[in-house]
Design a protein around this ligand. Structure first.
Ligand code: FES
Length: 259
């Protein structure tokens, strides 16, 4: 049963331009069944007009300590209010929510493809399944927007691309991946990032039939399955089904979800 719990800000640090890493202590949350890809739906403090919470992918989770980290990119009033929360602030949140990534024993080599704030939740994949062989492909707008790059140093390789060429290769992260796939094919690809990146990924890997799970971004209202604001199309054998991203996603099979 999803319910709102207290989330105390233990730390909130700028990690790049307009991007903050927030650490939350949630004494009443049960994180034991946390699955990478799940998110926290966080209410906005100090703005009575902003009734709706905002979804943030959980970047790391410590079930014993009841601590999660999220990455916040300022894009509007709500995210700005959260970015400005200081240590000690008390928020309310529903977490963990949704269906996350699923790795099986047969998935030995895994490529992680992240774009922008979509890079953050991929860290929890490594945290949960440390015995896999990972390669990370990270796409940023530019050096000023890059964060947590070093956190992927445990991967066999880290490939970086940026829109302006100020960090890594100049161009799209999917172009980097395309080059790499000529010599190396993983058992599984996991990805999180903006929809255009996911579309490019689909176009690239569909002919290669590499299994791929993606975390999709969708507008949310309630965050716990009650309002149906967040539905997306998912292909089934019967045709098209509609799923609530908040509770039946945000992770879907790339070849089934309608982007
Ligand atoms: Fe309300 Fe998903 S946000 S059902």
């Amino acid at each position: 049963m999803l319910k709102k719990v207290k989330a105390l800000v233990k730390d909130n640090t700028p990690v790049a331009h307009d991007i903050f890493k927030m650490t939350l202590y949630c004494p009443d949350a049960d994180l034991r069944q946390f699955v990478p890809g799940q998110f926290a739906h966080i209410s906005i403090p100090g703005h009575e007009e902003l009734l709706l919470g905002r979804p943030f992918s959980i970047s790391t989770a410590d079930a014993a300590a009841k601590i999660v980290t999220i990455v916040i990119k300022i894009i509007g009033k709500g995210t700005k209010a959260l970015a400005h929360c200081r240590k000690g602030a008390e928020l309310s949140a529903i977490l963990p929510v949704g269906r996350g990534f699923l790795l099986q024993d047969r998935d030995k080599s895994v490529f992680l493809i992240g774009g922008g704030v979509g890079i953050a939740p991929l860290l929890s994949v490594i945290q949960k399944w440390p015995d896999k062989q990972y390669e990370a492909f990270l796409g940023y707008r530019g050096r000023a927007y890059s964060y947590c790059t070093d956190d992927f140093s445990c991967c066999n390789a880290v490939h970086i691309a940026s829109d302006d060429g100020t960090i890594g290769e100049h161009g799209l992260v999917t172009a980097l991946l395309e080059n790499h796939l000529k010599s190396n094919t993983p058992d599984l690809i996991l990805s999180c990032g903006p929809t255009p990146m996911l579309c490019a990924l689909k176009k690239l890997i569909e002919p290669l039939a590499i299994p791929c799970q993606v975390s999709v971004e969708e507008r949310m209202c309630c965050g716990f399955g009650a309002c149906a604001v967040c539905v997306c199309g998912v292909k089934t054998e019967q045709g098209l089904d509609y799923k609530k991203v908040c509770v039946e996603g945000p992770v879907f099979d790339l070849f089934k979800v309608v982007l």
